[in-house]
Write a protein that binds this ligand. Sequence first.
Ligand code: SF4
Ligand code: SF4
Length: 161
Amino acid sequence: MRQEILSRAYDAIGEHTPMLHDCGALCRAACCRPDADGQGGVHLFPGEKALLTDCAWGRIVPDAFAPMLVCEGMCQRDARPLGCRIFPLTPVRGKNGKWTVRMDARARAMCPLAAHGLSGLDPAFPRAVRDALRIVAEDPEGDAFLEKWAALEAQYRQPLW
Ligand code: SF4
Ligand code: SF4
C-alpha cells in the first residue's frame, strides 16, 4: 500500500484515542502487554513493515495472516502501527458499501471499554478511525486487506458450539 495512504490514515486519527483521558489507566494498558508466554502482537497493514523494520522497540515476526509486530509494551507513539491506532475498533463494511467501524470482538478478552460499545467511546474516535479506514480503502491493496481483516475478526463472533 502506498506510503502516502498510510500517512493520511495516520493523520486522520491523529491524537484521537478511545477516551478523552488515558484509557490505559483503566486496565494498565492491557492491549499493549505481551501474553504470559511473550507472544501476541499486532498485524501490520500492507506497507507498514517497511516503516518498522528498523524500530528499536519491537520486532516483526512472520504470521500466516500478515506480518506481526511484537513489542514489549513500550513504543515510539508516532510510529505505532494502524492496528494499534484503531483498537478496540475494527472495520466492517456498511450496508452502503462503505467501511465503518464496530467494536472488535477480540477486545472483549482484555478491554474494559468493549462491553460499552461505541457509545462508551469519545465520539470523535470512531469517526476518526472510520475516516482513516476509508482512506486505506482508496488503495486496492488496502481495501483487500480490510476485507481480510474484517473476515478474520468475524470468526471471533461465531458461537463456539
Ligand atoms: S485495553 Fe482498551 S481500555 Fe485498555 S488501553 Fe487498550 S483500548 Fe484502552
Ligand atoms: S506498538 Fe505501542 S501501541 Fe502498539 S501494542 Fe506496542 S506499545 Fe502498544
